[in-house]
Structure formats: structure tokens, C-alpha cells
Design a protein around this ligand. Sequence first.
Ligand SMILES: NC(=O)c1ccc[n+]([C@@H]2O[C@H](COP(=O)([O-])OP(=O)(O)OC[C@H]3O[C@@H](n4cnc5c(N)ncnc54)[C@H](O)[C@@H]3O)[C@@H](O)[C@H]2O)c1
Length: 249
Amino acid sequence: MLLKDRVAIVTGGARGIGRACARKFVEEGAAGVAIVDRDRAAAEAAARELDPEGERVLALAADVTVRSRAEEVVELAVSSLGRLDILVNNAGIAGTPGPLASQSEEDIDRIFAVNVKGPWFFCAAAHPHFMRAGYGRIVNIASIAGKEGNPGLVAYSMTKAALIGMTKAYAKEVATDGILVHAVAPAVIETEILEQVAPEVREYMISKIPMGRVGRPEEVAELVAFLASERCSFSTGFCYDISGGRATY
Ligand SMILES: NC(=O)c1ccc[n+]([C@@H]2O[C@H](COP(=O)([O-])OP(=O)(O)OC[C@H]3O[C@@H](n4cnc5c(N)ncnc54)[C@H](O)[C@@H]3O)[C@@H](O)[C@H]2O)c1
């Protein structure tokens, strides 16, 4: 069992990639998983599905853009589940699609709040717990858009590049403290977020994938589980490709 007795927080864990990560963590023996999502009903449904006995999976409703709530849910997760070993910053939005000049300042502010400030709030809130334990694993769900840029998704690409930058810098700050910080960069993964993406942008993204297909949330969860485990020990600050070969760097 890769994650035996570990405790994790997964933001945006109510559906898609986040839910697949939460499921994988439970399968790998995690002692506790806190699903943090702004959609309370979906978070509770996911928790019930993954843990019908209600012993190991906790649903916590929160908007990751509210710093005081991020701090509260980290404390709640630690007090309810007993410790914290893993943080997966997965909650994210694609934003309003369209060319750069069509985006409003409000669009840009909102997507940065969810995709960049949210992960920063959660890293900052989890930091003292990881430091005290001398152990932590953080996985930030970035995107191939942050490595290569996707036309029609300029704002989204900006936020994911920022998240990769935060991953690299924070990883270096805590490299000798037992805290490993990684990002993963998925290409197109079959989830509901794709409903926010214009069909032609989706086709463009699939056409760039050498494997010629979309990915599945479970495939991303496999990589995240390894990066969240103690078996990952001599790597930090890296952004791992999970894009069917699109970004082999
Ligand atoms: N699906 C893809 O093709 C793809 C590709 C690359 C990267 N990603 C990234 O993976 C992550 C998960 O994407 P997904 O496809 O599973 O998306 P999804 O839309 O299926 O799920 C996202 C979850 O995050 C939650 N969420 C959104 N905003 C939130 C907020 N402010 N506070 C709390 N919860 C919030 C939603 O309620 C939802 O449950 C995102 O960061 C996304 O950018 C997805």
C-alpha cells in the first residue's frame, strides 16, 4: 500500500481528477482523505461513494479563493483526521474561453483567484503542519497549457504557468525540510471541465497528443499517488508530463 496511514487533502475532490485521486488514495491505504470542494452536495456524495462507512473520507465545503476558509478547512482536516501528510491542489477552472483581447479583467481576476491564489493559500496553511512533522507531499495539478500555451485559453495558460512557477520556487525553499512539491501537467482528460472549453479548442488539444486520445482521470491519479508517497524521495520542483506524449520535458 503506497499511502498506508497517510492523510491527504484534495481540493476540488468532488469530481473529475480530484475524485479519482481521492479514490486512489483510499485504495492505497490512506487513513484519511479530506475532499474540499465548493460544491458541498457533490463533495458529500463523493465521500459517501468512496467511504460508505464514513470513517476515512471527509467532505468539507469551501471556496479555495477565500483565505480564511482555506485556513479553517486545513485545521478541520487535521483535527478530524489526526494529521496531514499530503496536499493535492487540484481545484481549478478553465475560465471564459476566447481570444486574449476578449477577456475581461474580472475573468482574469477570477481564474487567478481559483487556479493560483487558492493553491498558495492551501500551501501556506499546510506549511506549519508539514514543517512540524518534517514530512509533506504537495502535488499541484497544473496543465500542459502552462508549459506550452493553448490558443483560446490564454488566461488559463497564464495561471497554470504561474502554478508551475510556484511549485519550482516553493520546492527549493523546503527541499531540506522533508517536503516535496511537484506539479503535474495533464493534456486533455475526460472530465466535466471540458464543458467550459470551445469544441475547436478541444479538437486542437487532442490533435497535439501523440497517443491520439484523451486521458482518463484514473491515469492522472496513478502519477499523483506516486508523487504523494514516500516512494517519491529524490525529486522535487518538477512538473511531470501526463499528456500522452505532448510535452516530453
Ligand atoms: N480535464 C482536463 O482536461 C484537464 C487538463 C489539464 C489540467 N486540468 C486541471 O485539473 C484540475 C481538475 O480538473 P477536472 O478536469 O477534474 O475539473 P472538474 O471541473 O471536473 O472538477 C473540478 C472540481 O473543482 C471544484 N472547484 C472549482 N472551483 C473551485 C473553488 N473555487 N473552490 C473549491 N472547489 C472548486 C469543482 O466544484 C469541481 O468539483 C483543474 O485544476 C484543471 O485545470 C484538467
